[in-house]
Design a protein around this ligand. Structure first.
Ligand code: ATP
Ligand code: MG
Length: 429
């Protein structure tokens, strides 16, 4: 039998209900914070990512699904959302409209990674971007929204890590000093980090290897190299966070993997998740639009992994309810006299249509199994009411309505049953 590709997930009911709930929550919060949805293609020209995410990053070096199409174009399944959003923003001239633009996206991303809990090859991200605002208030707005999402899902004990990595100006001198320091200790670094020294020395700082950690603990800090503007931005950011009573931890080794970040970077972690505990990651990317051939448009945003958020929710204080109950279920007795039970069945089916037309969710058993089996089916579907077409009642032009929740059962005349059930379920409308 053919199976789904490694690192991908089929999402089945009732799990899909959790996804629908999470998506609705994210859309509602997007609206609360005034972000509007943008949808970009699943694949882009490979160059978009190599030029922005960076030639030396894990994403570009190891993780991209890249292919040539029949026209000989080099395309890549998007590994992340920010570069495509900025590409579309520039392509459609949104920079000449009212700024800042506040956009959100929600959709699948693709990375060729080693699959494990919370790490897949196709995964869903939700992300927000504020384009056209250099203000640290915008940084806080996106950080605050990330925290808010975790709160709404009942995730207690999230930790917010923030850092600044300066701008290309202040990083120039810093980079030189960092490289010099790392070269002195090269024998203590892992093979990956040894090759990063020349290509992407900042990435050495967030290597998880304990030996590398020892080396980086005493490495020069970018905080000592910040230019006046970056310093002011960083101080204001912290002041605003403090004034909002938001707790944060400054992590000088937090640099994030992507080349396009400038100044603020942040992550929100939820430790009970274990190894893959970062649920939200983001930062500022003031040079990205220029890198793509546009004008200078500062930006800030975050992305979150929806699978990880759902894993967290399941372990949290307020797990999302996966059930999606229906209002009622129609049960029809299977009688000896087939003609008679056929009548009941057709009448039951008509009632089903009437109820559905009124917006009441309901179902029946098309297989005409025993009443017991039908009642079980009703139970599985989470029906609040069952409407039972029994032979005796039907002879008197009536049916029984049973409340599964309250346990009562009433006989109702067939002509009134629609009105009765509507009254019960829709509250008399
Ligand atoms: P990580 O360090 O966990 O690999 P990252 O820095 O590569 O994360 P980002 O590019 O910042 O991740 O993506 C933002 C969020 O998307 C992550 O915090 C995580 O929740 C989620 N995410 C990233 N990669 C994956 C993946 N392969 N599978 C599932 N979720 C992912
Ligand atoms: Mg990664």
């Amino acid at each position: 039998m053919i199976k789904a590709p490694r690192g991908t997930n089929d999402i089945l009911p009732p799990e899909t209900n959790k996804w629908a709930y999470l998506e609705a929550l994210l859309r509602r919060l997007s609206n609360t914070y005034n972000f509007q949805e943008i949808r970009t293609p699943i694949f882009e020209y490979t160059e978009l990512f190599t030029r922005t995410v960076g030639e030396t990053t894990d994403i570009v070096q190891k993780e991209m699904y890249t292919f040539e199409d029949k026209g000989g174009r080099l395309l890549t399944l998007r590994p992340e959302g920010t570069a495509p959003v900025v590409r579309a923003f520039l392509e459609h001239g949104l920079d000449s409209k009212a700024l800042p633009a506040k956009l959100f996206y929600l959709g699948p991303m693709f990375r060729y990674e080693k699959p494990q809990a919370g790490r897949y090859r196709q995964f869903m991200q939700y992300g927000v971007e504020i384009l056209g605002s250099p203000s640290p208030y915008s940084d806080v707005e996106v950080i605050q929204m990330g925290v808010k999402i975790a709160e709404e899902l009942g995730l207690l004990g999230t930790t917010l890590f923030i850092n600044t990595i300066g701008c290309p100006e202040c990083r120039k001198e810093y980079r030189e000093d960092l490289v010099e320091y790392l070269k002195d200790q090269i024998s203590d670094l892992c093979p990956d980090c040894r090759s990063r020294i020349d290509t992407n020395p900042l990435r050495v700082l967030d290597c998880k290897n304990p030996e590398c950690r020892k080396v980086t603990q005493d490495a020069p800090s970018v905080h000592d190299y910040l230019c006046d503007e970056c310093e002011a931005h960083w101080e204001t950011l912290k002041t605003i966070l403090t004034s909002l009573g938001m707790e944060y931890t400054v992590d000088p080794t937090l640099v994030r993997g992507l080349d396009y970040y400038t100044r603020t970077v942040f992550e929100i972690k939820w430790p009970p998740l274990g190894a893959q505990d970062t649920i939200v990651g983001g930062g500022r990317y003031d040079g990205l639009a220029e890198q793509l051939g546009g004008s200078h448009i500062p930006g800030v945003g975050f992305a979150l992994g929806m699978e990880r958020l759902l894993l967290a929710s399941d372990k949290g204080e307020k797990p999302i309810d996966a059930t999606c109950p229906i209002d009622c279920f129609i049960v029809v007795a299977v009688g000896e006299d087939d003609g008679f039970s056929d009548d009941m069945y057709i009448r039951g089916f008509q009632l089903l249509q009437d109820l559905r037309s009124s917006g009441i969710s309901c179902d029946f058993d098309p297989l005409r199994r025993s009443m017991r089996a039908q009642m079980k089916h009703a139970d599985r579907a989470g029906a609040q009411y069952t409407i039972i077409f029994g032979e005796e009642e039907f002879r008197n032009s009536a049916v029984s309505v049973r409340s599964m929740k309250h346990g009562w059962q009433k006989q109702i005349a067939l002509d009134h049953v629609l009105g009765f059930v509507k009254g019960e379920i829709l509250g008399g409308t």
